[in-house]
Design a protein around this ligand. Structure first.
Ligand code: IMP
Length: 216
């Protein structure tokens, strides 16, 4: 299949933290991120990350087409899965504790629920599904997973959402204590992007991003 260079991707998200991360991650592939101000978030389901990522990407593409704009669209759906809670909150991580609680309250509620299980290992994983809809309508999904554990007291000022309570495997610091560069080495989104496009150009000079060519 002939490769088409992807110079820029529209990102289907209103989450400022994710947008920053996508900007940094995709820069390593020589790809710019485009934000569509009028993007309206879709109602997400509770079944799977991949289904939700597909909903978001197709919704933005529909809006772009209606506005006469041609472009490739990328969406992610992600969540935090805690082993002692049988994988919860998972696909509904953004809404854990209800829609009206603050992020610090949400983190505290989740830590309290985990503490109550008495689980000493505190194993957890961030999971991400990415869905790409190319300008010509072709679609592709890829997944990433970052194993780690939850700490009981939040640490760090960087990142967003659950970053301050998550320590990736093999590390001593939380995602919120890391620089963006450090988080992007191991994060679930970084791994899903590698699955979608191959190794970043900054990691391997031979590689380049293509819509559906898988990178190299
Ligand atoms: P989504 O925007 O519907 O995909 O919700 C994803 C939710 O998962 C976010 O709001 C966070 O709760 C959580 N999440 C996903 N990725 C991360 C991350 O990298 N750091 C912290 N929390 C994350």
């Amino acid at each position: 299949m002939a490769e088409a260079r992807v110079p820029a991707l529209f990102i289907a998200t209103k989450n400022a933290g994710k947008l920053v991360e996508f900007g940094e991650l995709l820069a390593a592939y020589g790809v710019a991120t485009r934000r569509y101000e009028r993007y309206a978030d879709v109602a997400e389901g509770e079944r799977s990350y991949a289904e939700n990522a597909g909903l978001k990407a197709r919704a933005l593409r529909t809006q772009l087409v209606a506005d006469g704009i041609v472009g490739d669209v990328l969406a992610d759906d992600s969540g935090l899965e805690i082993e002692a809670l049988a994988g919860r909150p998972g696909v509904v991580s953004a809404r854990y504790g209800g829609p009206d609680v603050s992020w610090s309250q949400r983190r505290a509620l989740l830590v309290a629920e985990l503490d109550a299980t008495g689980d000493a290992a505190r194993r957890a994983a961030f999971v991400c599904a990415l869905h790409l809809v190319a300008a010509d309508g072709r679609e592709r999904t890829a997944w990433g997973r970052c194993e780690g554990r939850l700490v009981s007291i939040e640490r760090g000022n960087g990142g967003f959402s659950y970053d301050a309570i998550f320590v990736p495997e093999g590390e001593l610091v939380t995602f919120a204590e890391m620089s963006g560069v450090q988080k992007n080495e191991t994060s679930h989104r970084a791994q899903a992007l590698r699955a979608l496009f191959g190794t970043a150009a900054s990691e391997s000079r031979q590689n380049r991003v293509s819509s559906f060519g898988g990178g190299t």
